[in-house]
Design a protein around this ligand. Sequence first.
Ligand SMILES: CC(C)(COP(=O)(O)OP(=O)(O)OC[C@H]1O[C@@H](n2cnc3c(N)ncnc32)[C@H](O)[C@@H]1OP(=O)(O)O)[C@@H](O)C(=O)NCCC(=O)NCCS
Length: 348
Amino acid sequence: MSAAFRPATDEDVVPIIDLWTRAGLVVPHNDPARDIAFARSVDNAEVLVAVETDRMVAAGMVGHDGHRGWVYYIGVDPDHGGRGLGRALMSACEAWLSGRGVPKAQLMIRDTNTPVRDFYSRLGWTEEPRIVMSKRLEDGLPIGLGTVETTVTSLEIAARPTRVAKHAPSGVRLSLMRAAPPSVGFYRWLYEEVGRDWVWVSRRLISDEALREIIEDPLVEIYVLYLDGTPAGFGEIDRRKGPSSVELAYFGLMPHAIGRGVGRYFIDAMVDLAWMKETERLWVHTCDLDHPRALGMYQRAGFRPFEQYTETLPDPRLAGLPLPIRGHADAAVIPMRPSTVTQLHPKT
Ligand SMILES: CC(C)(COP(=O)(O)OP(=O)(O)OC[C@H]1O[C@@H](n2cnc3c(N)ncnc32)[C@H](O)[C@@H]1OP(=O)(O)O)[C@@H](O)C(=O)NCCC(=O)NCCS
C-alpha cells in the first residue's frame, strides 16, 4: 500500500470530521473542528490525510510537546479498512515525528476500544504500565457535535411593487454590480463576510464543485453591493424554480456596512432586479439567527410573511463558526396573515 499522505487543507476539514465520525473517533467531549484548527495553527502538530480519487480514505493527527511525540484521531474510512491504510497513516505520522528529531512517540487508547491495541502491536508499538491523568484547562462548557434549531419565517411579494425604490443615502457612494458569475473563491469570501455573525453554514459545507454548479447556473444571479468602491454585501436571486417561485436566496450586508443606512436601498434594488417581466412571485426567508432587524426590513420592503417552520442546521463548528448566541432582544416577530399560509419546501 503506497498511500500518499499530506497536510490537511481548509477543504479537507469537513471530510476529515465525516471520516472520523464514521470511524467512531468523535465523542461528545471532543470537538474535532476545534482540534483540527488548533493542530493546523501551531508548528509542532499536523493533521495528515490521504485522498484517493477525490475521497478521503485516512486521516490522523500528529504532534509533539517538545519531548515526546503523540498521535491522535487515527482513522481509516471503514469502507477502506484492511488495505494497509492504517499502517501507512501510522508510518506517515512516525516519519513526521522522526523528521523533527522526536525520539519516542506515545498514544492513548480509550478503554472502550481495547481491540485496536493489536493493530498498534503489529506496527511495533508496545504497551507500557502507566497511569494517564488529565485536567481540562478551559471553562468546561459541554462540547460535542450537535444541531442548531432555528425558526424560519418565509415572506413573499406576490405582485409587482408599485412603490418608488428608496434612494441611496446622501454622502455614500454605492454601486450594485452583477458578478456573472463570481469565482468560487470570491463567492465564498462574500458569503463568509456577510454570514459570519448570522450562522450561515450551508454553503460553507458544500464542495467547490457543488457550489460552482449553483453560482454558474444562468438562472442564479449574484449581485455585489459596493460601498465607496469596496464590497459591502451581496444578494442572490434564484430563478431555477420558475417565475412563480423566484427566491431572494441570500441577502446581506457585511459588518462594516451595517448601520450606514444602505440596507433599504439595497433591498429595494434587489426586489426590482428580481422583478422581471415574467416574475409572478418573489419570496425570501429569514431565521431567528439572522440580524434582528432583518424581518422588519423585509416587511418594510413589501414582503408579507406566509409561513413559519423549524429548521435544523448542522453544528456550525463543523464550518469553523462558533455556536450562536441566542435571544436577540429586539427581534420583531410580526404575525403571519393566516389566509396566505402555504407550504414551501424548507431550504437546506
Ligand atoms: C485501526 C484502524 C486505523 C486500522 O486501519 P486499517 O487500514 O484497517 O489497518 P491496516 O490494513 O493498515 O492494518 C495494519 C495491520 O494491523 C492489523 N489490524 C488492523 N486492524 C486490526 C484490529 N482491529 N485488530 C487487530 N489487528 C488489526 C492488520 O491485520 C494489519 O496487519 P499486518 O499488516 O501485519 O497484516 C482502522 O480500523 C480504524 O480507523 N478504526 C477505527 C478508529 C480507531 O479505532 N482508531 C484508533 C484509535 S486509538
